[in-house]
Design a protein around this ligand. Structure first.
Ligand code: KE4
Length: 427
């Protein structure tokens, strides 16, 4: 008997490439039929066949206060009742700009956009305009959205598909992007020694979440900061995912590294299309209409999306919010590690703030190469077995997971119990 998910997927594939509006949703990496969700509430989502799951994807990060938080929904309803969009400035955009600059002192100025891709694409253009240079440095396995120059050995969906570079990107553009190894300070120093004064920007996920979760090494971050300062290159910290997830001040606040520009998204939109980039005033003032670097957006600062983001940003500043979330996430990764060990499974896990990584490898990976060496097939098997147990993990071995403030100790215990049952029967 065809399930509703299967029927929806069959029909969607006739009109939408791969049946999805973003590749990683297609389950091509893990196999099987993608889930079509119909409802979310708190820590839970329900698919088209009314099966309930504990959700650890959180819409790929945004739903840090859980699905349909009443205060977020009300703020959206109230804003929508006043207007869905004006293409003109609104007071709410000033409110969220003030909120972002208060939370993140490195933000002297900020510009709102509608997606993380727009944020990173524009930050790169801004760095090139500010420095009058063209070359950029990124790191293999890091994903910064799908603008041409950044789809070179990207992570997330591109990595999942095993096509590290996308077709359709002109070689002339890809040639301006140097791809180095994440956490390799020596490699970065060598690149700067060779052509440091040609480098417009270094863009990095200060905590990598698109090749599964990889934490930065101290010397890697320190080298990046000092080399960019020495050579007049712009350090862009892409905190679209790690921002407000690692902690209130993101990865750069956690590790104490000062960016020149930061890109933000996901949590700051509360699930709706709001993202941003910002940083040093002298760089941001190069942006139109003040300066010669052009960027624009019909929906930038959309009042309904801003209402969702602003309310979410207020909620995450509640006393003890991150302490509880960090503890709950750690409890889960430690619990999963213990049950895997009990059953002799080569498995490891780690967390930082409300982000976590699960790996079918004996040790936690610290590099792209180590992530790629983990047992992807074992992950895919675990993913489907957890789905059967009502636990929704990211449908790819190359994605980080997320816990929300709506998750309870009971949800974490149920997740660990599900893994224990699966590993007990693991041959
Ligand atoms: P969007 O254009 O998808 O809003 O943001 C792009 C982006 C930029 N930078 C980082 C660090 C990101 O993680 C992302 C998007 N993340 C992926 C999930 N790993 C989005 C999910 C998807 O592509 O469907």
């Amino acid at each position: 008997m065809t399930t509703h998910n299967e029927q929806l997927f069959n029909d969607s594939q006739k009109l939408i490439p791969g049946g999805v509006n973003s590749p990683v949703r297609a389950f091509r990496s893990v196999g099987g039929t993608p889930l079509f969700f119909k409802r979310g509430k708190g820590a839970y989502v329900w698919d088209a066949d009314d099966k309930k799951y504990i959700d650890y994807v959180n819409s790929w990060g945004p739903m840090i206060v859980g699905h349909c938080h009443p205060e977020v929904v009300k703020a959206v309803q109230d804003a929508a009742a006043e207007g869905l969009g004006f293409g003109a400035p609104t007071a709410a955009e000033l409110d969220i700009a003030q909120m972002l600059c208060k939370i993140l002192p490195s933000l002297e100025m900020v510009r709102l956009v509608s997606s993380g891709t727009e944020a990173t694409m524009t930050a790169i253009r801004l760095a090139r305009g500010f420095t009058s240079r063209s070359r950029i440095i990124k790191f293999e396995g890091c994903y910064h959205g799908h603008s041409d120059g950044l789809l070179v050995k990207a992570g997330s969906g591109a990595l999942t598909f095993g096509q590290p570079s996308s077709s359709g990107v002109p070689t002339e553009i890809a040639a301006l992007t140097t791809v180095l190894d994440y956490n390799d300070a020596a490699g970065l120093e060598k690149a700067f020694a060779e052509y440091g004064d040609e480098i417009a920007a270094v863009i990095v996920e200060p905590v990598a979440g698109n090749m599964n979760l990889i934490l930065p090494k101290r010397d890697f971050l320190d080298a990046m900061r000092s080399l960019c300062t020495k050579h007049g290159s712009v350090l862009i910290l892409d905190e679209v995912m790690s921002g407000f997830r690692v902690g209130l001040q993101g990865a750069h606040g956690h590790f104490g590294i000062k960016p020149d520009l930061i890109t933000l998204g996901k949590v700051m939109g509360g699930g709706l299309p709001a993202a941003a980039f910002g940083g040093r005033r002298d760089i941001m003032q190069c942006l139109a209409p003040l300066g010669a670097v052009y960027q624009a957006g019909t929906l930038s600062g959309n009042p309904v999306a801003v209402a969702a983001g602003l309310t979410t940003l207020k909620l995450v500043q509640a006393p003890g919010f991150y302490e509880r979330l960090t503890q709950l996430t750690k409890q889960m990764t430690e619990g999963l590690t213990q049950v895997a060990k009990k059953h002799g499974i080569a498995f490891s896990a780690q967390s930082i703030g409300s982000m976590f990584g699960l790996y079918f490898s004996a040790n936690v990976p610290t590099s792209y190469a180590e992530v790629m060496a983990a047992d992807k097939e074992a992950f895919n098997r675990f993913f489907h077995a957890m789905l059967d147990e009502g636990v929704y993990l990211a449908p790819s071995a190359f994605e980080a997971g997320f816990v929300s403030s709506a998750h309870t100790e009971a949800d974490i215990a149920a997740t660990i119990a599900a893994a224990d049952k699966i590993f007990a029967g693991w041959k």
